[in-house]
Design a binder for this molecule. Structure first.
Ligand code: NAD
Length: 346
């Protein structure tokens, strides 16, 4: 396959780029290199002849047209996005610009390219989205692909909008699309503003481990390499026009997750006192969704995909990675907003 990956210098996109190149696919990595990007994430494949980088913004239609023309991809995996809920609360405009208008631009550029190449059925536009579009669950139930959309943050509303555009471009223009909606990811190369790296890096620095509200919010945690594997599975075997929910089968409260991380750190990098002593409860996120849970039946029964690691195993690998890659995360800690409490401007 020749895959145009957008957002391939980010956390999940870079995992997709690494896996796809290592599997022998040609990859064009298109990324605007925002604050969340790091080209070191793809360093392991950057000298591979199968890999090309294009510094471009999905809001720039002319750049997209040039890239489609020059590289002639037969698949698109669209991961470029503003992705941090807290930032979307303080500055929603960037989320509308990139996640909604950028996706519209990319769909139009992909459609023009697809038509120019004879509207081939094998072309795919794979849109990567989130389980947050479904809103918030109570104590029971799981999101299926038929759960009505009910986004509640500027981030999830912008992602829901982009999902609707992708479906419309399939229904109206016949563009061969697939969609995936995934739960919370964690793993190597996770930008140090998200919960898991914040906890690891604050613990190593002896700083408070901030937990929003009472820590009872539940998420389903998926190791990023498993997500990348699921995405390539859907790209190759998913049915056109269909959406697939991807989950880790690992529901945990935020407090449980942080306690697990503390236990792993106590073992791998013991301090004088247990790391859990650093846990500090802070003001909750406005509109904080209570619980997300994924029903993975469709992807497991139709495509035979299941996550390969438990959250305990994945978190252990993640902590080990952060302990070994201090140069990577130290360089990112000076980026704008990192280490600050964001999302309080509601
Ligand atoms: P990320 O913030 O780590 O990376 C996003 C990448 O997109 C960055 O490299 C950035 O430079 C690039 N980008 C941003 N705006 C751009 C633009 N206008 N043009 C071109 N490139 C641009 O995000 P992530 O966590 O890797 O998430 C990737 C995708 O997966 C997103 O679409 C996100 O909504 C979705 N997703 C994320 C999670 C999660 O837990 N992180 C879960 C489900 C779905």
């Amino acid at each position: 396959m020749k895959i145009l990956v957008t957002g391939g210098a980010g956390f999940i996109g870079s995992a997709v780029v690494r896996q796809a190149v290592n599997a022998g696919h040609e990859v064009v990595n298109l990324d605007a290199l925002t604050y969340a990007a790091c080209l070191d994430n793809v360093e392991s494949v950057s000298s591979n002849p199968l890999y090309t980088f294009e510094h471009a913004d999905i809001r720039d239609r002319a750049a997209l047209d040039r890239i489609f023309f020059e590289h002639n991809p037969d698949k698109v995996m669209h991961l470029a996005a503003e992705s941090h809920v807290d930032r979307s609360i303080d500055s929603p405009g960037a989320f509308i610009q990139t996640n909604v208008l950028g996706t519209y631009n990319l769909l139009e550029a992909a459609r023009a390219h697809w038509i120019a190449k004879g509207s081939q059925e094998t072309f795919r536009f794979h849109h990567i989205s989130t389980d947050e579009v479904y809103g918030s669950l109570g104590e029971t139930g799981q999101f299926t692909e038929d759960t009505p959309y009910d986004p509640r943050s500027p981030y999830s509303a912008s992602k829901a909008s982009s999902d609707h555009l992708v479906r419309a471009w399939h229904e109206t223009y016949g563009l061969p699309v697939v969609l995936t909606n995934c739960s919370n990811n964690y793993g190597p190369f996770h930008f140090p503003e998200k919960l898991v790296p914040v906890i690891i890096l604050n613990a190593l620095a002896g700083k408070p481990l901030p937990i929003y509200g009472n820590g009872a919010n539940i998420r389903d945690w998926l190791y990023v390499e498993d997500h990348a594997d699921a995405l390539l599975t859907v790209l190759e075997a998913g049915e056109v026009g269909r959406a697939y929910n991807i989950g880790g089968e690992n529901e945990r409260t935020n407090l449980q997750l942080v306690q697990t991380l503390c236990g792993i750190l106590d073992e791998l990098r013991p301090a004088e006192t247990p790391y859990a002593d650093l846990i500090t409860y802070v003001a909750d996120r406005p509109g904080h969704d209570a619980r997300y849970a994924i029903d993975p039946t469709r992807i497991s029964t139709e495509l035979g995909w299941r996550p390969s690691v438990t959250v305990e195993e994945g978190l252990r690998r993640t902590v080990e990675w952060y302990l070994k890659n201090e140069d990577w995360w130290r360089a990112l800690q000076s980026r704008e907003g990192v280490g600050e409490r964001l999302g309080t401007k509601a």
